[in-house]
Design a protein around this ligand. Structure first.
Ligand code: ZN
Ligand code: ZN
Length: 260
């Protein structure tokens, strides 16, 4: 089984570098061939922890960006440092960026501004984007269209909406990444999208340490559990899990321009 965790927050791992080492051992033992880890989403900020982890292992790639929760901190200085970080080795995407109207940790208007600035930056840097969108489908679609996101490309991570959002972003050439949410019994619209989305556009992710899939719901998550997501996608699509593993690895590599 070949697997790729297309979205994890390794810098939030408990237990420092020892904790990370244990979690990576588990991941490689499960068959993971790569992990895309997100830099800069923690409230304490900073990208260094992520690069310290990624520089030690060629199977780890990095996305860097200012999360919608932290949009109020997307000052001109913060955007300048992000631009600098995007040039670093191992960075294959800008993200996660987007809109979160569920938590509204930053004002919606401030979130929209930070989202738009970073889409423009991704276009300049010729990097795909990792989009986080929650309870904000209409604004996310409108901004992606206005900013010509079709030419930027990327993924809607932790897909948690329905066919309407899926259709709009698939039309713009985006990928959909499924997380533990797809294993939850109540997530019917998400499962419908997971069952029917084009085979060459689906990715699998853990969003660890958050969102542990069933049967680990409520526990601290880790990249090895991407296996549970792949098994669920296989069940929903009535395909062999090995095949979904292979497809999601290929799709992730294509989405981020990674050669494995
Ligand atoms: Zn997210
Ligand atoms: Zn995330």
């Amino acid at each position: 089984m070949r697997l790729f965790d297309s979205h994890a927050h390794l810098d939030m791992t408990r237990g420092g570098m020892d904790g990370v080492a244990t979690l990576l051992d588990n991941a490689w033992a499960e068959g993971l061939v790569g992990i895309l880890t997100i830099a800069g989403a923690t409230k304490t900020g900073g990208y260094d922890d992520t690069f310290n982890i990624a520089e030690n292992d060629s199977r780890i790639w990095v996305a860097a960006g200012i999360h919608p929760h932290s949009a109020s901190r997307a000052t001109p200085d913060a955007l300048d440092s992000l631009r600098f970080v995007l040039d670093r080795d191992r960075v294959v995407a800008l993200g996660e960026i987007g809109l979160d109207y569920y938590y509204n940790h930053s004002e919606p208007a401030v979130q929209r501004r930070a989202f738009i600035s970073q889409l423009k930056m991704a276009r300049d840097a010729k990097l795909p984007v990792v989009i986080h969108t929650r309870d904000a489908d209409n604004d996310t679609i409108a901004i992606l269209r206005d900013e010509g996101a079709q030419e930027i490309g990327g993924v809607i991570h932790c897909f948690s909406s329905d066919q309407k959002l899926a259709g709009a972003v698939l039309d713009m050439g985006f990928y959909l990444s499924f997380s533990g949410i797809v294993t939850f019994p109540g997530a019917i619209p998400v499962q419908e999208v997971a069952a029917t989305a084009p085979e060459d556009r689906i990715l699998a992710e853990t969003d660890s340490p958050f969102l542990s899939p069933i049967p680990f719901r409520g526990k601290v998550n880790e990249p090895a559990r991407v296996r549970c997501i792949v098994d669920k996608l296989a069940e929903l699509r009535d395909v062999d899990p090995e095949e979904i593993g292979r497809i999601t690895v290929e799709n992730t590599a294509r989405c981020f321009g990674i050669s494995i």
